[in-house]
Design a protein around this ligand. Structure first.
Ligand SMILES: Nc1ncnc2c1ncn2[C@@H]1O[C@H](COP(=O)(O)OP(=O)(O)O)[C@@H](O)[C@H]1O
Ligand SMILES: [Mg+2]
Length: 236
């Protein structure tokens, strides 16, 4: 049994079929890149796991237990963290209050210790707990979105387009942080990205999604050197 199992998941928004039967396994402490162009179905796949998209067919299981029909807050309680596309920090709340919203699963007594653990990854956030999130730079907002999702101590972390719209030097830093966090927490990670080459360098395994279907899957290293993959999906 894998940590996460998606079986034949179809997401449908009214008459729009966003995914057609996605099947995917994620093992404990594994990073999987879910790469594909805009509109391929990456976000819909992550939202199906989170209980945020209408699943018309198929199932999602965590540790063999179905997640179907759960609300997003219940999925977070089961151990799934989610950093949404576009960051979605609360602009009018401070850094600290954004982090508090991510900690709703934690007993009060554990909040401070977890906050210190999360701040240790993100010293720039620790330096400015009172600053309004809306006044942070794009990179800092992305770090805050990641930090907020980590507050609940997830075992599985879903990251939707963490590199989008950021300068290369910041993207590189975010990549280092994802690796550091994955290693020290023993997390399983799904990295949904249009920036395929970057995501594949961070992930042991890659699934290429196109037109709502997983077209290819395998060790990232192998896919990166596959000529057909490079031509069709990586633009190199
Ligand atoms: N809320 C929605 N209502 C209708 N169609 C949607 C909605 N969200 C996404 N879609 C459609 O579903 C498909 C997959 O979108 P999405 O999962 O966002 O892809 P990606 O994250 O890979 O860019 C696209 O055709 C998109 O237009
Ligand atoms: Mg998306």
């Amino acid at each position: 049994m894998s940590l996460l199992e998606l079986d034949d998941v179809e997401v449908r928004y009214g008459s729009v079929r966003a995914t057609h039967g996605i099947s995917l396994r994620v093992e404990e402490a594994e990073t999987v890149a879910l790469v594909g162009s805009n509109g391929a179905g990456k976000s819909s796949t992550l939202k199906a796991i989170m209980g945020m998209a209408p699943v018309a067919r198929g199932g999602v299981r965590l540790d063999g237990v179905p997640l179907n029909g759960l609300r997003p807050s219940q999925v977070v309680r089961r151990g799934v963290g989610y950093s949404p596309e576009g960051r979605r920090v609360f602009p009018m709340l401070s850094v600290l209050d954004n982090l508090r919203t991510g900690a709703f699963t934690l007993p009060r007594a554990r909040f401070t210790a977890r906050l210190e653990q999360v701040y240790a990854y993100f010293p720039r956030l620790k330096e400015r707990p009172g600053q309004l999130a809306g006044s942070l730079s794009g990179g800092e907002q992305q770090m805050l979105a990641i930090a907020r999702a980590l507050m609940s101590c997830p075992r599985l972390f879903l990251l939707d387009e963490p590199s989008l719209g950021l300068a290369p030097v910041i993207v590189q830093r975010i990549g280092e942080l994802i690796t550091e966090i994955q290693r020290s927490e023993g997390l399983a990670v799904i990295l949904a990205e249009q920036n395929a080459l970057w995501a594949m360098r961070l992930a042991q395994r890659t699934a290429v999604i196109d037109l709502g279907r997983i077209q290819l899957e395998g060790p990232s290293e192998q896919l990166r050197h596959n000529e057909d993959v490079r031509r069709a999906y990586l633009g190199t």
